[in-house]
Design a protein around this ligand. Structure first.
Ligand code: ADP
Ligand code: MG
Length: 563
């Protein structure tokens, strides 16, 4: 593989990307950089979201423009204000050591005067949304008759947003000899049409399989009646108490409805859609980026360009109208080597669409049962207990209150206290999920084994590996202790843990198969109360002679993800 230097990028640019920590080019960069640095032919480049497309067009453009010439030489068109700022920011970084190069962002929803002033000051590259760019052209504040480079970033999304006419007008103002570069994650028909219409003899470059979903993403779906969609969403959110994700809706209206309901129901959620003012959008995005907000409900368009790397979940409240959008959505989780889950809620007649999505993504989708009240309550409870166990206690700040607190609670036994503190947090769930109905619907079989939660645990094909561990009730180990031990030593609290059976001198537990190796590695040198902890994959599936008493008392089936 070539390095950035070997492509012949200017040393000032190399210095900047070094500082950004770009060590080697991403696959799409590896292909576009040598091409764009050596050719003025048009290009259509396809690569998944998050694969570094900005640098793929940005670096060669900065390299090629005339640094000393202040007139606009390149224009980047993108669908949203957020993307516009993000791209500008990236280009600013790339050109940090190139003296005299300026990048001017222009987008709607904010004063045009300041942007006009910025354009007057001069900039070689303008990054803009189509509406505002057209406005500036009409006011004769932006001249595109000399541009050499034109980029359409997220071109498919610009079409979806109805920018086609604006694009037509803008492109008609650009000179014939320009180099056009179209970047997209997907290649729907509209894009092929754009390429045909505005580009000449475009070289098609793609990295990876065009439509493939990200590697680390698991795809799950839940089948419910359409009228139960919202209830199913709530159960999913409750089942993943530490969720940090985006719920995608089809329309602004649906986005509003779902987010308002979630907020009213006490979830840490908010909405992002086109009807918000710019200030409101910024506010929501900032809260989400800082993780002050757990669930963002958004339309596809609004969530484009939101550069958040560690989402735990994507929830498709509906299957998107354009199946290709699924790639964009699910590509927002499982980034940077992390593990992510893309969930889709469907109604009974949509299983055929799941099959289509499987084809597009190139991966199997797993049917999941909407969790029942009992499973959710268990999961919430143990998450809470785990949290209590590992919370950082700031001795110095609470010290002054402790005496009075101890005194006030002195009449309660340890057991009473524990019951109370659990109830404080937990009554809401217990009462909400008391007698909660089963939301799952029976759908046609898809040739895959359904994962009935209740009858998983050892029988049939399972995604779990069963481990034996040399700790049991004799060592005062509880199921929660085991889970905490696993979380602590793997340093990963998103591993799904299945059935746990605590026996007298040893125990069994199940974890997601894919983490088998990681777990073994993590437990190579673990001691607990002076005992060396040994784990090994259990050979016999389920012991027939498990003490019933223990099984009943301690074993719990159902998956959970603890923190
Ligand atoms: P895309 O437009 O394909 O969705 P971006 O251009 O926004 O992706 O890049 C995604 C992230 O990857 C950004 O945070 C960017 O800084 C980073 N990135 C891009 N190229 C590299 C590279 N060669 N090495 C490391 N990180 C990179
Ligand atoms: Mg991009």
């Amino acid at each position: 593989m070539k390095t950035f230097q070997e492509f012949g990028l200017h040393e000032h640019i190399i210095k900047a990307i070094d500082e950004l920590g770009f060590e080697k080019p991403t696959p799409i960069q590896e292909k576009t950089l040598p091409f764009l640095l050596n050719s003025s032919q048009d290009v259509v480049a396809l690569a998944q979201t998050g694969t570094g497309k900005t640098a793929a067009f940005g670096l060669p453009m900065i390299h090629k423009i005339e640094w000393k010439n202040k007139s606009v030489q390149g224009i980047v068109l993108c669908p949203t204000r957020e993307l516009c700022m993000q791209i500008t920011n990236d280009l600013d970084y790339f050109s940090k050591y190139v003296e005299g190069v300026f990048v001017v962002p222009v987008y709607g929803g904010t004063s045009i005067d300041k942007q006009i002033t910025a354009l007057k000051r001069g900039g070689q590259i303008v990054v803009g949304t189509p509406g505002r760019v057209l406005d500036l052209i009409k006011r004769k504040k932006l001249l595109l008759n000399k541009i050499k480079y034109l980029v359409l970033d997220e071109a498919d999304e610009m079409l979806n947003m109805g920018f086609k006419e604006d694009l037509d007008s803008i492109l008609s103002k650009t000179p014939d000899g320009r180099q056009s570069m179209l970047f997209s994650a997907t290649m729907p028909k509209g894009i092929a049409n754009i390429a045909k219409k505005y580009m000449q003899n475009a070289e098609e470059i793609s990295a990876g399989k065009k439509n493939i979903g990200a590697e680390n993403v698991q795809h799950h779906y839940y089948a419910v009646q359409a009228s139960n969609r919202y209830l199913a969403l709530k159960r999913i959110a409750d089942y993943y108490p530490n969720i940090y994700g985006i719920v995608f809706c089809r329309t602004r209206r649906e986005t509003k409805e779902v987010s308002e309901k979630l907020m009213a129901d006490g979830y840490n959620a908010d909405a992002l859609h086109g009807d918000l003012s710019q200030a409101q959008r910024d506010h929501v995005m900032n809260r989400f980026r800082k993780k002050n907000l757990q669930i963002l409900v958004a339309t596809d368009v609004a969530a484009r360009g939101l550069d958040v790397n560690d989402l735990s979940h994507i929830i498709n409240y509906n299957i998107p109208d354009e199946l290709e959008a699924y790639i964009h959505r699910s590509g927002r989780t499982g980034r940077a080597g992390k593990h992510g889950i893309s969930i889709t809620i469907i109604h009974g007649r949509e299983t055929n669409k799941i099959a289509q999505l499987e084809k597009i993504v190139g991966k199997g989708f797993e049917r999941k049962e909407v969790p029942g009240g009992k499973e959710i309550c268990e999961k919430q409870l143990f998450t809470l207990i785990d949290k209590v166990e590992w919370v950082e206690v700031n001795e110095s700040t609470i010290e002054e209150y402790l005496d009075i607190i101890y005194k006030k609670l002195a009449w309660l036994s340890r057991e009473e206290l524990i019951k109370r503190f659990v109830s404080v947090e937990f009554n809401r769930f217990l009462s909400y999920y008391k007698d909660a109905p089963d939301l799952n619907i029976k759908t046609q079989k898809r040739g895959e084994q359904r994962e009935g939660r209740r009858d998983r645990g050892g029988r049939g094909q399972s995604n779990f590996t069963r481990f034996h561990i040399n700790l049991g009730s004799k060592n005062k180990v509880s199921a929660i202790d085991l889970i905490s031990l696993i979380n602590k030593h793997t340093g990963n609290n998103s591993i799904e843990i299945g059935k746990i059976e605590i026996l007298k001198t040893f125990s069994f537990f199940e974890i997601e198969k894919s983490f088998e190796k990681q777990l073994k590695e993590a437990f190579k040198d673990v001691h607990r109360d002076g005992i060396k902890v040994k784990i090994e994959v259990s050979k016999n599936k389920e012991k027939p002679d498990l003490s019933k008493r223990f099984k009943k008392k301690k074993s719990r089936s159902g998956k959970r993800r603890f923190r």
